[in-house]
Design a protein around this ligand. Structure first.
Ligand code: ACO
Length: 333
């Protein structure tokens, strides 16, 4: 069996945070943030709102977009860096709140590549005939792990959720077909993106320095890795499925930095006008980034059923991944 995308839903928390608001808090400026990252606004959840809340809303909308009832979903895969609790996983709670019944539900931790990891696993469960439908969600509340004193990370990340419904099909001819995926990792660079404390290697105690409890990123080193790894992964996938770069209609890259998206298009030899960009509105939403960008392009009227879409992402781990899709005849909700 093959997997196809049959529904897409998104959710952003209502609170919009402008560069101006952040410039009033840190030694930064709208000019620096816009020119170095392309970000103008991002959404942050109100205190008390958790990743599972955003994921449930996006999941509900994806089900509606697919025209399915809760009982029609066989598996839930939720990608997140910011689970509701260190234990248990967030996916079972989301499945329960969506009324999906006693279906398998689990989290994937691949940071900003998480959605593409979850998509690949959902596809594999369908190919193995373990599931006929999979709800794949990427959801984050980075606002809860950002160091309020760190201008280098606080200006970049936003909260949000995006979800797709995958369904089994016997062929890949019709729009919506997920034609292939490619995943990779390199743990030798695990320290470039991390929350130092709070795990089994460095449990949090009353003496843990405040800064070690928050998300950290070595931006310039990550920048170079991101362009190279996403480029290599996307190229490998293109070869694997027999697409040439010039036939890619839309490049949906992880929205980490507008300059990375431009460099990536150049590396892949895809005209930069085919790059989907919504980082200006939502910032880097990590595992929610790719489905939010897909929905953004669809709502702009840029996507026609059958268009060839190349998705690629990179994140902490390090991890990276790519996926190829023909755009389905759906309306994102
Ligand atoms: N406002 C003003 N100045 C700042 C800010 C800020 N918010 N942040 C850093 N600066 C300063 C630095 O202190 C530095 O000053 P100095 O030259 O006096 O030392 C200067 O700006 C340049 O800093 P860099 O860190 O070199 O800035 P850079 O141009 O690299 O931009 C950024 C930083 C945006 C983080 C960039 O490196 C980047 O996008 N990296 C890639 C991120 C990425 O790909 N992430 C993907 C995975 S994310 C995940 O998995 C969760």
């Amino acid at each position: 069996m093959h997997a196809a995308v049959i529904g897409l839903g998104t959710h952003l928390p209502p609170r919009l945070v402008t560069n101006g608001e952040l410039a009033a808090r840190f030694d930064t400026s709208d000019e620096w943030i816009t020119s170095r990252t392309g970000i103008r606004t991002r959404h942050w959840a109100e205190p008390g709102t958790a990743t599972g809340d955003l994921a449930t809303e996006a999941g509900l909308r994806a089900l509606k977009s697919a025209g399915l009832a809760p009982g029609d979903i066989d598996v839930v895969v939720l990608a997140t860096t910011t689970p509701d609790h260190p234990c248990p996983a967030t996916a079972p709670d989301v499945a329960s709140r969506l009324g999906l019944g006693p279906v398998p539900a689990y989290d994937i931790a691949a940071v900003c590549s998480g959605f593409l990891y979850a998509l690949a696993i959902g596809q594999a469960q369908i190919a193995a005939q373990q599931a006929g439908t999979v709800l794949v969600i990427g959801a984050e509340t980075y606002s809860t792990i950002l160091n309020p004193d760190d201008r280098t990370t606080s200006v970049i990340f936003g909260d949000g959720a995006g979800a797709v419904v995958l369904a089994a099909r016997e062929d890949t001819d019709r729009p919506g077909a997920l034609l292939g995926t490619h995943l990779g990792s390199d743990g030798a660079h695990k320290d470039l993106i991390r929350i130092p404390a709070g795990g089994s290697r460095y449990p949090t105690t009353a003496y843990t320095p405040e800064a070690d409890r928050y998300f950290t990123m070595e931006g310039p080193k990550v920048f170079r890795q991101a362009v190279v790894r996403m480029g290599e992964s996307a190229t490998t996938l293109l070869h694997r499925i027999g697409w040439v770069a010039e036939k890619v209609d839309h490049l949906v890259g992880h929205q980490a930095n507008a300059r990375i998206l431009t460099a990536l298009a150049g590396q892949l030899d895809i005209p930069v006008e085919r790059t989907v960009v919504n980082i200006d509105r939502v910032g880097n939403t990590s595992a929610a980034s790719v489905p939010l960008a897909l929905a953004h392009a669809a709502r702009q009227g840029r996507l026609t059923p059958g268009d060839r879409i190349l998705m690629t992402a990179f994140g902490g781990g390090l991890t990276w991944g790519s996926a190829a899709l023909t755009w389905p005849d759906i309306t994102p909700l």
